[in-house]
Design a protein around this ligand. Sequence first.
Ligand code: FAD
Ligand code: EPU
Length: 283
Amino acid sequence: RSGTRVERLPLSRFTTLGVGGEAEVWFVTSHDALAEAMERPYRILGGGSNLVIADAGVPERVLRLSGPLAERDLTPDPLLSTPARVVTGWVGGGVPLPGLVRQLQKLGLSGLEGTVGIPAQVGGAVWMNAGTRYGEMFDGLHTIELVTPEGTRQVTPDDLPWGYRQSGIPRNHVVSRVRLALTVSTPDAVLAKMDFADQARRGQPKMKTPGCAFKNPGGVSAGQLIDEAGLKGTRIGNALIAPEHANFIVNLGGATAADVHALLDTVRARVKVPLELEYELWP
Ligand code: FAD
Ligand code: EPU
């Protein structure tokens, strides 16, 4: 096969929650390899930072962008850049977001610093428009390349109905790489904004977790609603509603997907406002 490594592996290794059974993981390193891997049912794994994967694993191929699809070229494109704005070369969907954000800060390029602290890959963060109150992925995008079962195409943010924690990109369209559009600033100014955004994360738990469980309904903090329902510290098996922030479920060690599902059900039963899940459950 065109440079693709295929291995049966426990997905718990790839998730920030540390939960998930085995699947066939396809490490794809080129567009051709990606197209080939997409000929049978598949799922795309990014940084695994928003996933609760079943203890039995998943039957589909699990695609992971590697090699050149996890490399970046931040060189300004001379045709598209101006003294005030840089449009970069291609950044692979498999590039870890935290390192990219740090690198942009050192270059004094502003646009993505609001996403500081989000442990995603670029592709996953674009796919769900990850963000915080201080900025989101779509603040810094110029072009998004999508590999779909019908072929490869390039879109701009204007082509998509993106919003809070959603890009409008259909499921199983792979964000293979993007070009960033950033404002020229200084390393110190970008660092100051990053530090400010990072302050908001100080109350978040440091344990194994897939981030916030539920989206904020209409601007209200889901965490506050779960807290007010008295659910902080609720434990099922080895999963716990974090005492630090009630919208985080943490793995105390050896938690199962079933433990997490049971906690999600408990929250839905006790919080009167309907909450929309932010996590993705596999399968
Ligand atoms: P995964 O979890 O691997 O996958 C999530 C979804 O994206 C899946 O549907 C997957 O198929 C899809 N996907 C992954 N890669 C691609 C790709 N290349 N192309 C197409 N689809 C793809 N989120 C926020 O928005 N704001 C926060 O402040 C935040 N804080 C967090 C803090 C912690 C400690 C943790 C653990 C998580 C936090 N999250 C936050 C949640 C998570 O980081 C985001 O949801 C992130 O966008 C998930 O990206 P990922 O690459 O890890 O995707
Ligand atoms: N609050 C409580 N109890 C709690 C949690 C929060 O009373 O258990 C209160 C806080 O005191 C504060 C308010 O709720 O007054 C807001 O809390 P916080 O600042 O923690 O923000 P949030 O709305 O709960 C959102 C995002 C986070 C993001 C932070 C910081 C969502 C679902 N959550 O949390 O994103 O990191 O803001 O910008 O939008 C994620 O999406 O996975 C995520 C972690």
